[in-house]
Design a protein around this ligand. Sequence first.
Ligand code: LLP
Length: 421
Amino acid sequence: MPHTSSVESGRFEGVDLTALAAREGTPLYVYSAPQIRQRVGSLRAALAGMDAGIRYAVKANGNAAILRLLAGEGAGADIVSGGELQRALRAGIAASRIVFSGVGKTDAEIVMALEAGIERFNVESHAELDSIQRLAAQRGVLAAASVRINPDVDARTHAKISTGKAENKFGVVIDDARAWFAESATRPNVRLDGLHMHIGSQLLDLAPVRAALARMAAFWRELEAAGHSIASIDVGGGLGVRYRAGETAPDAHDYAVAIAEALQGFRGRILVEPGRWLVAEAGILLSRVVLEKQGRERRFLVLDAAMNDLARPSLYDAWHDIVPLHTDAAREALDYDVVGPVCETGDTFATQRRMPRCAANELVAILGAGAYGASMSSTYNSRPLAAEVLVEDGRYAVIRCRQSPDAMIADERPATEWNTP
Ligand code: LLP
């Protein structure tokens, strides 16, 4: 596993992490530019035989520098809000490579996307389809749209990140989608000519992907036979990564083969929306040990990073490998509960984790933190947002300054001015 060994030596892309922590402070997100480039490159290579485009799911890590890096490698964006649209456009991603997903697009967001001229909407409800028609008609434009199918397959991932089962809020059943195509003449400002799916995230098994693709492919063939031409099939994101040494994740080649096999004979454009797979393993969260504490039953390692910086363990019981950066082999191994300073029991990165003994002020790297780390962080407990840096060839660039306590509270006001709406 490249990401463990790369930091065990205390260096990441040739950058000395101890010196970096001393310069920039902790907690600190550190991302490897070469590893991100390498992931995009291998996905592109795997998809090379198809007319396929990568639409990076911005929610995984929307930092402007990361988006610029991905845009430079030819990726477009999958967005789910007006904020993500602005991020993507400002990072230089062409509107013609931006798809807009999400179950609750507001009128204001739809208007922003129409005015920017995005590639297409991934439509998730009848009400949304009507809104796009109304708002596009008002502006005299034609909006390209795909219907997000809910294929009702079990993605076999954590319940909170599974999206393709009938009980989930996402997408529509095929019967509804069929009706939308049949009545598409009633919506002259929407060109409904695409299909979309996304069954869940952190998929470690391609079988559910194949099952969902088969359902979507059968529907595409049925639509073509009924005279509807389909220009775009978007297979969503979800490709899983290795969070734990020894875990196996599907590779890009097998994923591409599954897509190619299911969509054999399709002559339109295929889109993929990976988020995690492109950035998760390229990122670490560098944190300093505040103190070691022996409780009555457990031994705690209290870090200066917390659930507000990286929420995944507390939200999904997610596993992240934690690597101490001190290298002396003689240390005894202990079972630690690795926790943050936030005032909640859920502020726990790992429970009873066997690790070499750590002492106050030493550094640890929490691995696999490049996706859904900084992007899901908050200032809970009034902890300013962590800094983020990009590393490459022994150098680093700060791509997000550490938030100052002043900036954290700058938008708040005492209630001295009272208005009536
Ligand atoms: N496309 C759509 C429509 C999505 O909803 C998502 C993720 C993606 C693409 C990208 O999925 P990925 O390739 O990253 O698996 N916060 C959770 C993950 C939530 C994913 C939400 N949707 C976590 O930390 O595990």
